[in-house]
Ligand binder design. Structure first.
Ligand code: HEC
Length: 131
């Protein structure tokens, strides 16, 4: 009986370990230097990206169960909310020379690799918005 219980505990621990970790390594994305710079802005990229893949859960207007467990104060319906945790967004969702992080979104429609690379670049440039 004790052996069965120990086996069950060991199996639970093993299942836990095979889950993808929430945080991957920093993507080490680069911001293209001037004069080119980045063409990505909040208006033409950040906002539509977050609305397509993230604000279903991470929205300041959502509370309780409607957040599907999304961490408090990680709300991506405003540029301010994105800026506050942009490093965490890189570690969970972006792609760059050092890593492709795909733990977010946890389910549903996934961004393409190109979109994850653009996210890395936009973050590396400091999440710029239109002047
Ligand atoms: C289906 C709901 C859902 C969607 C869609 C979603 N997330 Fe999450 N997010 C979660 C949950 C649940 C957690 C908490 C995970 C945990 O603690 O293990 C989380 C945690 C996070 C965290 C880490 C917060 C911390 O604890 O530091 C970041 C960053 C994040 N999400 C970014 C994003 C981004 C960026 C997107 C869109 C590309 C996204 N999420 C889409 C549900 C979601």
């Amino acid at each position: 009986m004790a052996l069965i219980r120990i086996t069950a505990v060991v199996m639970l621990v093993l299942v836990g370990c095979t889950e993808e970790p929430l945080y991957g390594p920093p993507t080490e994305s680069m911001c293209p230097p001037p004069p080119t710079g980045t063409a990505l802005t909040y208006e033409n990229f950040g906002k539509p990206f977050m609305e397509a893949y993230c604000t279903r859960c991470h929205d300041s207007k959502l509370v309780g169960a409607a957040r599907h467990g999304a961490t408090s104060f990680h709300d991506f319906d405003t540029l301010f909310g994105i800026k506050a945790v942009k490093a965490h967004i890189d570690l969970t969702s972006a792609s760059g020379p050092a890593a492709t992080n795909t733990s977010m979104p946890p389910d549903g429609k996934q961004p393409s690799l190109e979109e994850r690379e653009q996210l890395g670049e936009w973050i590396a440039c400091g999440v710029p918005s239109d002047p």
